[in-house]
Design a protein around this ligand. Structure first.
Ligand SMILES: Nc1ncnc2c1ncn2[C@@H]1O[C@H](COP(=O)(O)OP(=O)(O)O)[C@@H](O)[C@H]1O
Ligand SMILES: CC(=O)N[C@@H](CCC(=O)OP(=O)(O)O)C(=O)O
Length: 301
């Protein structure tokens, strides 16, 4: 039997959760599950349980996953070098094959299996399934020293999202499935594109007009140079942090997609520390939100 203290604590947590359950029931929440947040079996199980719990109380989770470190591991074993520009992997044909194998095969099926083991009904998809993620080649411009205007560089089979097939996602969701999406896009000619998972999650959230976009990563949130977690930033403040180098690497696509999503109609985006067990539940169902919250001017929670 629970002690009186423990019982008080449990009832406080459940009571605190009620308004959030009422608020989010029937709403869509897109969760980006970063490869860096898949640190241990314990965390992966906690993630899967949180997703199933969300679905059980009537919220519609749509998962978009990454797998950067997992792609890196296989490339290393195959002695294929990898480099990044603006947080995006330069992807030649050989690398594209590995990306498609790791994301569409290993990581996607691992997550689907975990969710299903915890009692959910997850379905794994890549952007090729029913043309879920239509894409085109991404043009990247960089500022090179000595040149007076930005230079367009070729980073291979890296794509940007043209269109998301929301009909397929909505159909799966209304049939109570949990879509688990790998960030591989398909071109008009059938070509595969490697797309940063944050960017796909942002576009999926926008296309579905989701209530929330959650970006699970391996850091407490967006930080300033002194390591303080920043929240409630405006676009101009974010631009300044990019210009002075405070935001770099993998945080660049993350913050850009979060801003784009809220400007495109998603009520709020949040960068969450996926290393905290039950990070998703804590973020959705308690008053103590964690991480960096990005909202539009209309204001959200
Ligand atoms: N200002 C910043 N605040 C926090 N993290 C930052 C910042 N700038 C760069 N980063 C880096 O971005 C990383 C998160 O991006 P990434 O490694 O791509 O994660 P994920 O695989 O979860 O998408 C952090 O671990 C950190 O190294
Ligand atoms: C173009 C590009 O960079 N694609 C990413 C796709 C995976 C990803 O985004 O994984 P995380 O979310 O775990 O970083 C890559 O190749 O690593």
């Amino acid at each position: 039997m629970l002690s009186r203290d423990a019982a008080t604590q449990v009832s406080r947590v459940l009571t605190e959760a009620l308004p959030y359950i009422q608020r989010f029931t029937g709403k869509t929440i897109v969760i980006k599950y970063g490869g860096n947040a898949m640190e241990s079996d314990e965390l992966k199980n906690s993630f899967a349980r949180d997703i199933v719990l969300m679905k059980t109380v009537g919220i519609n989770p749509v998962v978009v996953h990454g797998g950067g470190p997992q792609i890196g591991d296989l490339l290393k074993r195959l002695n294929i070098e990898s480099r990044f520009v603006d947080g995006m992997r330069v992807t030649d044909t050989q690398t594209m094959d590995v990306v498609e194998m790791v994301l569409g095969g290993q990581v996607n099926k691992d997550i689907v299996n975990l969710i299903n083991q915890h009692g959910g009904s997850a379905i794994g998809l890549t952007g090729k399934d029913a043309g879920l993620i239509k894409a085109r080649k991404l043009k990247v411009s960089v500022n090179t020293q000595g040149l007076d205007k930005p230079e367009i560089i070729d980073i291979g089979h890296v794509g940007e999202v043209v269109e998301i097939n929301t009909r397929l996602i909505n159909r799966l969701v209304s049939d109570d499935y949990i879509p688990v999406i790998a960030p591989i896009g398909v071109g008009a000619d059938g070509a595969s594109y490697n797309i940063n998972a944050d960017l796909v999650a942002g576009k999926v959230a926008e296309a579905l007009q989701a209530e929330k976009l959650m970006l699970l990563t391996n850091i407490a949130g967006l930080m300033d140079k002194a390591g303080n977690v920043l929240t409630g930033l405006t676009t101009a403040q974010v631009d300044a942090l990019i210009a002075d180098g405070t935001i770099y690497g993998g945080m660049l696509p993350k913050i850009r997609c979060a801003l784009d999503a809220v400007q495109g109609g998603v009520s709020s985006a949040i960068i969450v520390d996926g290393r905290v067990p039950n990070a998703i539940l804590l973020e959705i169902f308690t008053d103590t939100g964690v991480g960096t919250l990005i909202t539009n001017n209309k204001g959200a929670i």
